[in-house]
Design a protein around this ligand. Structure first.
Ligand code: PMP
Length: 365
């Protein structure tokens, strides 16, 4: 019997694997597996969100005007060139859809964010993976992978799952060396965790360059992952192309209201940033003290640490041992890191409990 057949490239896609909230046997766990804000959502954002649920029968503002204006004002941008998505994931997908198709190549760095592979394959394009340099971006290796078929380059900065940062000068050098007809998508999902002097210059670049799209999210430091709100900034031409294919009403009324309030509540953002800075460093130091057991943390600028297990204690055993303490973390065999465990920086209590368990397991192995 004939039946509908998905495009052959669709069946080549491995579905996105979300960070788990339970052990394999179903035990519910504290989630340190999806890089959410362990402090939660600020009160102002929560109050704005709840107030915005008064009218559920009307579609949201399709142009998200107030949210765009708030984002533009906070970053010194042109509101007409701010686009929004159902999470920044939607923006990554529509960027690939608008600029790549069958026969084209979409390029990113080894250990890049897993959605880039899906975004490329779902439009029939070929993902090309450039070699990394000790888990970080190697700009020369990336440039060496550019061919005449390359249409889109994705780079997350800081990167997920490694947490590594490509410095401002390297971003500028990469952009300057890329052909101007290649769309350079700079994915800044974790940018708010950086100190001001660590900014990679992406938004400045997007203000003037004709081929740069910067994406951001409210899912991480703003504590609004449940609302699925991302935004992006690019030239008027790129924004026009993306608007043509984004889903209509792609950001909810409550999400728009919460995002505006969250941006105004910079005290919450600063508290989240400084908490993360302190406890990321603390956990990194703890892992460093276990180096004689083969543990090492990749230097991170994000709200998580990638820990590599190259001694008797394996990453898989560590993940399972942490289940017993009540924590879900992210083991990454599917991303070429069978020795890697990504752990979101939790509350002080959570980080201390994770470190104590890692120490106990490493010493007993
Ligand atoms: N980019 C990177 C690098 C991420 O880690 C994530 C979240 N996992 C996203 C984009 C997507 O986030 P969201 O769709 O929630 O905005």
């Amino acid at each position: 019997m004939t039946k509908p057949a998905p495009k052959e490239w669709i069946l080549g896609i491995s579905p996105y694997v979300p960070g788990k909230a339970a052990a394999d046997d179903g035990r519910p766990l504290i989630k340190l597996s999806a890089n959410e804000n362990p402090l939660g959502t600020g009160e102002a954002a929560r109050a704005a969100l709840l107030a915005a649920t008064a009218d559920l029968a009307t579609y949201p503002d399709p142009g998200a005007a107030k949210m765009r204006e708030a984002i533009a004002a906070a970053h010194g941008l042109d509101p007409a060139r701010v686009i929004y998505g159902t999470g920044s994931d939607e923006l990554l997908h529509i960027a690939a859809s608008a600029y790549a198709g069958p026969g084209d190549e979409v390029l990113y760095v080894h250990y890049g964010f897993s959605v880039y592979d899906i975004a490329a394959r779902r439009v029939g394009a070929t993902p090309v993976i450039a070699p990394d340099k000790d888990y970080a971006t190697d700009v020369d290796a990336l440039l060496a992978c550019v061919t005449e078929k390359t249409k889109v380059v994705f780079l997350a900065n800081p990167n997920n799952p490694t947490g590594t940062m490509t410095p401002r000068e390297e971003i500028a050098r990469l952009h300057a060396a890329l052909r101007p007809d290649i769309l350079f998508v700079l994915d800044q999902a974790y940018a708010e965790y950086l100190d001001a002097n660590e900014d990679d210059g992406g938004l400045e670049l997007a203000k003037s360059a004709a081929n740069v799209l910067v994406t951001r999210t409210f899912s991480k430091i703003y504590g609004l992952a449940a609302e699925r709100i991302g935004w992006g900034y690019a030239s008027a031409e790129i924004i026009d192309a993306l608007h043509r294919i984004r889903a209509p009403f792609n950001v909810t009324t409550a999400g728009q209201a919460a995002a505006i309030a969250a941006m105004k509540d910079q005290a919450w953002v600063e508290a989240s940033r400084s908490h993360n800075r302190q406890w990321r460093q603390w956990l990194a130091d703890e892992v460093a003290s276990l180096s004689n057991h083969g543990l090492r943390a990749v230097p991170s600028k994000a709200n998580f640490l990638l820990i590599l297990f190259d001694g008797k204690l394996t990453a898989e055993a560590a993940m399972k041992g942490l289940w017993d303490e009540g924590f879900a973390t992210r083991w990454l065999p599917g991303q070429g890191l069978p020795n890697g465990l990504r752990i979101t920086i939790g509350t002080e209590e959570q980080v201390r409990a994770v470190a104590a368990k890692l120490r106990a397991m490493a010493e007993a192995a």
